[in-house]
Ligand binder design. Structure first.
Ligand SMILES: O=C(O)CCC(=O)C(=O)O
Ligand SMILES: [Fe+2]
Length: 374
């Protein structure tokens, strides 16, 4: 069993090996992973790398229609099974949309929902990572080329993010939290269309050209995550705005692949013997955050998605001074200081047993704790 998935290794071959193990496993259960779609040639590239505001807009980077590729597949294939016919009819963007609709969870801001790759693994849907693999690679290569990186970049985070009515984000840079400093570059791929699928949601750069990006399916905006590219997103007035968002880092210790491989191996090890535990969700990615409007504008401390889940499930967290973390979050109290104290978990007036609360003080234990206490 040991050589099948190597825990903690960071290279891409290991990732591919781990994914093929998952592929084999899912085939054994009769489930098939999605195919790996190809990406179309990039047209209309507007390059601004040498400017004060290094950013790049790519039109039609993601193909809306994968039919040509799959049509060829179909002709070459002896077996024309229902599965293949389905692939012919479904493009990459629809696949991603489908995955998000089936798997998304609470996101890093109010009215925002996300599907992270670690969440897919944690919820026993690792096979759904396949469609992301070639897109991540292409985007990473594009970022390395455009930003003139001498060394390979690492994908730090990949997520499908949907913005529903009321969601917005004020002026910010993407590295504006101490725990986000590893983010060097961002790529936002739009998966649906302004006006047609949602109203509002226009992306703005504070300075430099272009000043706005109108989200259209297949287009990508790339920019440095630092203060040279302060940006915002207008409130969504109607509908749902869907993006595939990636951040890249120069720092290999923030390689998302390594984290995913480790999660995949934990999952495979857990699934041996089929203990009931193997279906427990694992904690979500540690670099998610959620914060209120006011805090967003004042660039104050972030809010971990795992705490947001607890809040959404109707729990509250109290510090030793009987202060509720969630109300501190919305008031002028310093939320991050409260998180340094021993914490207690409550549902209404009922405090959850102290033994469990000690687990809870460690955010990475949060998801497990919830399951224990329910
Ligand atoms: O979705 C977008 O257009 C940008 C989102 C953004 O700025 C962010 O998530 O930090
Ligand atoms: Fe941003």
């Amino acid at each position: 069993m040991e050589d099948e998935v190597t825990v903690g290794l960071t290279n891409r071959q290991t990732m591919n090996r781990a994914l093929s193990r998952v592929d084999e496993q899912t085939s054994n259960t009769g489930l098939k992973p999605f195919n790996q779609p190809k990406l179309v040639k990039v047209v209309n590239t507007r390059i601004m790398a040498g400017t004060e505001h290094p950013r790049l807009i790519l039109h039609n980077f993601l193909s809306l229609d994968q039919c040509k590729v799959h049509h060829q597949l179909l002709l070459e294939s002896i077996y024309i099974c229902v599965y293949m016919v389905m692939i012919v009819l479904v493009g990459l963007i629809q696949e991603l949309e489908f995955i998000h609709k089936s798997c998304s969870t609470i996101g890093y801001r109010p009215n925002v929902f996300s599907t992270t790759l670690s969440h897919l693994i944690a919820t026993n849907s690792a096979h759904l990572i396949f469609p992301f693999v070639p897109i991540r690679e292409r985007l990473k290569e594009k970022a390395e080329e455009f930003f003139g990186c001498e060394y390979e970049l690492f994908v730090e985070f990949t997520g499908l993010i949907s913005w529903s009515r009321g969601a917005s984000i004020g002026w910010h840079s993407d590295d504006n939290r101490p725990y986000l400093k590893q983010r060097d570059f961002a790529a936002v791929c739009y998966l649906n269309n302004y006006e047609e699928d949602f109203k509002g949601g226009i992306f703005h750069f504070q300075d430099g050209e272009p000043t706005i990006v109108v989200p259209m399916a297949g287009d990508v905006v790339m920019y440095t995550a630092d203060s040279r590219n302060i940006h915002s997103v207008d409130e969504i007035i109607d509908g749902e705005r869907l993006t595939l968002t990636l951040w890249f880092s120069r720092d290999g210790s923030h390689d998302e692949d390594a984290k995913l491989i480790s999660l995949l191996s934990q999952n495979l090890l857990n699934s041996v013997g089929n203990e009931p535990d193997s279906y427990l969700p694992l904690p979500a990615s540690s670099n998610m955050y959620w914060f209120s409007e006011d805090q967003a504008t004042h660039h104050q401390s972030g809010f971990d998605i795992r705490w947001a889940r607890i809040h959404a499930l109707g729990y509250d967290i109290y510090s030793s001074q009987e202060k509720s973390c969630f109300s501190a979050f919305n008031s002028s109290d310093d939320f991050s200081e409260l998180l340094m104290e021993p914490l207690r978990l409550a549902m209404g007036r009922r405090v959850v047993r102290p033994g469990i609360c000690q687990h809870f003080a460690c955010p990475s234990g949060a998801a497990v704790l919830l399951l224990e206490s329910l």
